[in-house]
Design a protein around this ligand. Sequence first.
Ligand code: KG4
Ligand code: ZN
Length: 341
Amino acid sequence: MNILGIETSCDETAAAVYGNGGLRSHTLHSQIALHAEYGGVVPELASRDHVSRINPLIREVLAQADLRPSDLDGVAYTAGPGLIGALMVGASVAAGIATAHGLPLIPVHHMEAHLLAPMLEDPRPEFPFLALLVSGGHTLLVNVQGVGRYEILGESLDDAVGEAFDKTAKLLGLPYPGGPHLARLAEGGQASKAWKFPRPMTDRPGLEFSFSGLKTAVLTALPRAQSEQDRADLAWAFQEAVTDTLAIKCSRALEQTGLTQLVVAGGVGANKRLREKLGELARRDGLRLYFPRHEFCTDNAAMIAYAGWARRSEGRAPTGKLFTTPRWAISELLPPTPVTA
Ligand code: KG4
Ligand code: ZN
C-alpha cells in the first residue's frame, strides 16, 4: 500500500510517499524567506506560494519513489488545524488526484501526524507511550494507546510553547521564526544570577502549562539587558525556564500513568536543551526516549503520509469526504476510546 501525503497547513509545502516498507520519498519547500520580512506568516502569501509549489513537489516525490499516480492506494492531506486558505490548496490538489485516479482521500489531523512522526524512525516506539507535543500552536501531553486512541493529560492554558519562544524572540529583536534564533542566541549564554524566571505551574499538582507569564517576565527584564552577553544570558534563562517546566511535567505524567516510553514531537522538539534535559530524565528513570529527526519535528509531509497509511492500515481512516477546518481539537478526532493507564 502506497500513500501520497500532502502538507500545506502553514508555511511549508511538502509531499511524501509512505509504503508498506517504510518512507519511500519526501520533499519540502519552506516559505521562511517569503515571510521573513513581515516578521510572521502572511496567510494570503502562504496560500499563493503553496499553489505554485505543490504540483512540482508531488511530481518529484512520485519520481523518487518510482511510482505513477495510478500506482497509489490513497491520497492523505492535512485537513486541519491550520490556515484555512493554505489547507484548501492541499485539499484541492489531493481531491483532484484522488478523483482522477479513483483513489481514496484521507483527511489527516496535523497534530495527530506530529504525534505519530516518531514512527518514521528506527527504532520506533511501541504503543503505549507518553507524547510531549510541542509546536507553534500546541503544547500537549498525550497518553497514546494506539493510532486514534489518545487521552489528553495536559495542555497549555494560554500560549503554546513554540509561540512563547517566537514572541520572546521578537521581544529580543530576533528574526522570524524566532524559536531556533532564540536557541542559537542562548548557546552563547550562561547561568547568571541577573536573570531568573519562574517555572510556571510546577509549584502545584497537575499537568497543565502556562507560558504567557514567562514572555511578560522577559519583557519586564529586557531593559536591564545592556550588552550582547546580557541578551544571550537572558535567552539562556528563558530557555532554561521553558525546558525545565516541560521536563518536570513529563516526569510527572510518566509517574502518574506508569508509562515508560516518552516520545517528543513538534517543532520545539528540535530544541537541543530540551533534548538534553529529557535525555537526563530518561537515564535517571530508565525510560526509552524517542525524538524524530530534526526535519520530521517541524512540519513535513512524511508524517502526513504515515498518518494516512497508519489509519488506512488499521481500517480507521475517516471516509473520504473532502473537508478542511482551521480549528480541530485532537480530542475530537475519533469517538474517544476509553484509555486505561
Ligand atoms: O511543528 P512546527 O514546525 O509548526 C507548527 O506549529 O505546527 O513548529 C514550529 C514551532 C515554532 O514556534 C518554532 O519557533 C519552534 O517550533 N521551533 C523551536 C526550535 N525549532 C523550531 N523552538 C525552540 N527551539 C528550536 N530549536
Ligand atoms: Zn506542525
